[in-house]
Design a protein around this ligand. Structure first.
Ligand SMILES: [Zn+2]
Length: 300
C-alpha cells in the first residue's frame, strides 16, 4: 500500500515541506510527525539508534525553498530579517522538544533505555533543504559506515552545530553574529568535497571518542571505524545499564513509599476504629446515666 506513497528522497524535501497533508503523500514508515510549522521524517540512513530529520514547512515569504536551502542561506538571505530567522529556529526548537519526548518513549520500548539526544545542523549538509537532525548521541546507527558519517556528526569537530548554539548567536552583538557566520562559511569551503571520505581521513588520522562520563573525557582512539563502533556500542551498553539501574532504584523507592503510605493508612484506620469504640462506650455511659436520672425522677 505504501509503495504508491513517496519514499524518503532528500531531493524532494522542498516538495514535502510544501505539502498540505504530508501524511497522505509520504510513506507510512517515513512520516513521523508534523505540525503546522514542521515536518519530521525518519532518517532512512540512521547514524544513531534514534535518528529523525525535521524540516520547516514552506509558508508565506520569506519561508520559501529559495531561502530555506540550508542554515547558511536562511541566516544570510537578504529577504530574511534577523527576527524572522530567529523565529523559525525557535519554532523548530519548540517542536523538536516535543519530538524528543516522543523519541524517548520510542527508544525506551525499542532499545530498553533512553539516551541523550542531539539536535543540530551539519555545516555542510548532504540534503539540499534546511533540516535539523534530532538523534540519540550514540552514533551506533545501522548506516554508520563511512569516515564522513562519524566525523560530520562528532560533537567536537565543528561540523555539527547544535541548534541551541545557533539560537545563542541571536543574543549577542551583530559583530559576533557575523563572526559565527564567517566560521560556517569557511568550514563549508574547507569541505569542498563533503562526500569524499579521503578528505575526512586526511583531516583526522584517527577516530576519537567524544563521550564524557561525569565530566571526564573518554580518551579512547581507534585507527578504524569498526573498532570505534565497537567502542561506541560499549558506551551505549553502559548508558543502558545506568538507565536500568536508576529505573530499578526509582521503582524500589516508589514501592517503599507505597508501603509506608499503606502502613500509615492502616495505623490511621485502627486509630479511627479505637476512637469510634471509645466514643460508643462514652455514649453508652451517658445514656445509662440519663436513664438513671429518668428513673430517679419517676421515683420522686
Ligand atoms: Zn569512549
Amino acid at each position: 500500500m505504501s509503495s504508491s506513497k513517496s519514499d524518503f528522497d532528500p531531493k524532494l524535501f522542498a516538495k514535502y515541506a510544501s505539502l498540505v497533508d504530508p501524511k497522505k503523500v509520504l510513506a507510512l514508515d517515513i512520516h513521523r510527525w508534523h505540525t503546522p510549522r514542521t515536518l519530521t521524517m525518519r532518517e532512512k540512513f540512521p547514524k544513531s539508534k534514534m535518528h529523525v530529520i525535521m524540516i520547516p514547512r514552506v509558508g508565506a515569504p520569506p519561508r520559501v525553498p529559495a531561502n530555506l536551502k540550508n542554515l547558511y542561506t536562511w541566516l544570510t538571505s537578504p529577504e530574511v530579517s534577523r527576527r524572522e530567522a530567529q523565529t523559525l529556529l525557535q519554532e523548530m526548537r519548540e517542536d523538536a522538544e516535543v519530538l524528543k519526548g516522543m523519541l524517548a518513549e520510542e527508544m525506551e520500548s525499542s532499545q530498553g533505555y533512553v539516551g541523550n539526544f542531539w539536535m543540530g545542523f551539519k555545516v555542510d549538509p548532504s540534503y539540499r533543504y534546511l533540516h535539523l537532525h534530532v538523534m540519540s548521541d550514540d552514533l551506533c546507527g545501522s548506516y554508520m559506515k563511512q569516515p564522513r558519517h562519524f566525523f560530520s556528526f562528532h560533537p567536537e569537530h565543528g561540523q555539527f552545530i547544535h541548534l541551541d548554539e545557533v539560537l545563542s548567536w541571536f543574543e549577542i552583538v551583530e559583530e559576533r553574529f557575523q563572526d559565527n557566520l564567517e566560521v560556517i562559511r569557511k568550514k563549508r569551503l574547507s569541505l569542498r568535497y563533503p562526500d569524499d571520505d579521503d578528505v575526512y581521513s586526511r583531516q583526522h588520522p584517527e577516530y576519537d571518542c567524544y563521550y564524557k562520563d561525569g565530566g571526564i573525557e573518554c580518551r579512547f582512539t581507534a585507527r578504524d571505524l569498526s573498532t570505534m563502533k565497537a567502542h561506541l556500542e560499549e558506551h551505549a551498553e553502559k548508558t543502558k545499564a545506568t538507565f536500568i539501574r536508576r529505573r530499578l532504584a526509582r521503582e524500589e523507592r516508589a514501592r517503599k513509599q507505597a508501603e509506608r503510605e499503606a502502613r500509615l493508612a492502616e495505623m490511621k484506620r485502627q486509630e479511627n476504629v479505637e476512637q469510634d469504640n471509645r466514643q460508643r462506650e462514652l455514649d453508652r455511659n451517658v445514656n445509662a446515666d440519663e436513664m438513671d436520672v429518668v428513673s430517679e425522677d419517676r421515683n420522686a
